[in-house]
Design a protein around this ligand. Sequence first.
Ligand SMILES: Cc1cc2nc3c(=O)[nH]c(=O)nc-3n(C[C@H](O)[C@H](O)[C@H](O)COP(=O)(O)OP(=O)(O)OC[C@H]3O[C@@H](n4cnc5c(N)ncnc54)[C@H](O)[C@@H]3O)c2cc1C
Length: 682
Amino acid sequence: MGTKKKIKIIGGGFAGVKCALTLRRKLKREEADIILYNSENYLVFQPLLAEVVGASISPDPVAVPLRQMLPGVYCRTEDITKIDVNNNYVEYLGAEGQKGQMYYDHVVIACGSSVNLGLIPGMADHAFPLKTVGDAVALRYHVMQQMEKAEICDDADRRRWYLSFVIVGGGFSGVEVAGEINDLVRDTRKFFRNISKEDIKVTLVHSRDQLLPEVTSNLRDFTKVKMEQAGIHVVLNRRVSYVTHEGVGFDDGVSIDGATIVCTVGNATSAVIQKLEAPKQKGRLVTLPDMRVSGHGNVWAIGDCALIINSYDNTPSPPTGQFAERQGRQAAQNIVRVLRDKETKPFRFRPLGQLCAIGGHNAVAEFLGFHISGFVAWFLWRSVYLFKLPSFSHKLKVSFDWAWEIFYSRDLAHPKANLTERISKSHFQPGDYVFNEGDPSNNFYIIESGEVEVVRKTLEDGKEKVLAILGPGDFFGEMALLDNRVRSSAVRARTQLEVTVMGKKVFEQISGALRPFRDFLADAVKRRSGSMWQKLPVVYEILNNQPLSTFINPVDISLDPEDSFETAVSTLSSKELDFCCVIDSGNKIRGIITRTDIFRAVESGASPDMKVSEFMTESPIVATENDSSTIVAATMRDHDLKWIPVVDNLSNLYVQGYIRRDKMINFVLAKFHKHHGSSGGS
Ligand SMILES: Cc1cc2nc3c(=O)[nH]c(=O)nc-3n(C[C@H](O)[C@H](O)[C@H](O)COP(=O)(O)OP(=O)(O)OC[C@H]3O[C@@H](n4cnc5c(N)ncnc54)[C@H](O)[C@@H]3O)c2cc1C
């Protein structure tokens, strides 16, 4: 075999570990160095993650230490950032963030896949993925926290909301986690005084007409019936189109409440694979029958990140642990064949069957041609996974947890897992409330895109009155936080809204440490405390009786997003305009150009043919025809706006005109004068 070969394996999951074990068994230490890179120093036993969420087992046995499992393999806890398949090296990020390179004779890509939360708007902000041990612990903590919140909540609607759980995706992981959460919440309800059976709602949403596409039709039916009997609400043939703080929504406007949302759909390809110039299908590396990447005799791809045809039935291998392990073993055997100048073999595996726990001590199983469901299948499920756990100590830990659960209730303690308060993002749909009047004040918000309206119920008729409109760059929520009191008004999204959310502790730390930030907030509090109309009741009276249409001017001159910088400059200068609306061919407002935008573009080296869309102010604050004159006046004052575009409504953004602040002021002064003039004369 000649010199000692270097075989690099990227990924320490089922596929990578099996490959490393087989290579180590088949090759002597002087024949080959086997190096395995993994982001963590353990293998995640993903099939048991749902059990961690449901507190059926503790998190420890799900993380299996690679070093102890792989004697004779050089394990490196490192992220591979690049594979150069033309020059045979991998690039990694060292412990201090420095780049390093290592050459290989053979490389095995086994980096699995991650959850793509970006597929559905709001999913990344509000949903829990389930891929890592940290995900499972954080989700379990969150579920327990919702129960604790529900227990002390006096408002019945809010209590039900805390106890609403939505699981998106009806494949193996979705079904398992829905079953576990349902069992956890219902089994432990007896320890809570204020949680009734009817308060709990676990919903499983699936886009197809049956759950578990991987198993036979009668087992799918069994799964649905059993889950519904256990109290799970199964929604089929529905595709979630957005997720908010309140729950999930569909295209037709129907929504389902969910204080806890779990996402088990959407796979993202790892960045190393994205960069690789090799054939891919839906992000998976397409391999030759022997698992080599086409065009590269020493590059192999296995597990979830690869698309491998199983020569047993000529179908693509599914992304399961069972297949990943077999591919790992057979790829290792093929590498040894290549090193010994023998012919490789195509991947071939007769699947043993499928097993899925569905909650309530039930499972469905297809095993060696038999179809089993119910308790026996569940017992089989547990036995198989116990057997599959790689070490005796892990088997013992899991058996102990499972035995414990038979005699005692699930553990209700929920120690926090690395949940130091942080700055996060949130997404809201138009009409959603960011918070309500009377809510406790926990967060401070900064608007990234979109608009909100600040509303308060009037004492007279209890109807909501809009107090202010806020747009990108504005913030809210500081007054109640600074005064330590409940929210005195509600904040509602006017458009699709993205906000940065700062938890109370972070807010206090930053405002305590940074004087300019504190002064800035103090100014804002002063400006916002009390309504401006309290100080100007006459002005309020005049404007309140005047429809907004009184002040709207038509837009005579506008720019198109495709117009050039030169056209923008000549339009603004020749017509002596201080601003110009940017309107597309569909009469939709796309932005605003002001003199400041022009100067800013000049500073950054604008060319004459630069497009208006490249330097305009996008998503300006706009008024709608239905807004009142008082709210538009307050918005202009709050944002120091000299003018504001008016649109038909916030969903179509069709431009109707614009309002100048001067016109409003002149109108008020004229009325004021008339009023005082007439009273002065009497
Ligand atoms: C909740 C859940 C339940 C499941 N239940 C079942 C089940 O019941 N039965 C079943 O057969 N299958 C199940 N699966 C699927 C099964 O777990 C996967 O198919 C299997 O883990 C795939 O193995 P893998 O080695 O390809 O990838 P993974 O196990 O995902 O391992 C990939 C490893 O590569 C590492 N990695 C990624 N990129 C890099 C990089 N650039 N540098 C270094 N390391 C990197 C990752 O950290 C990870 O450790 C389940 C999956 C989930 C999420």
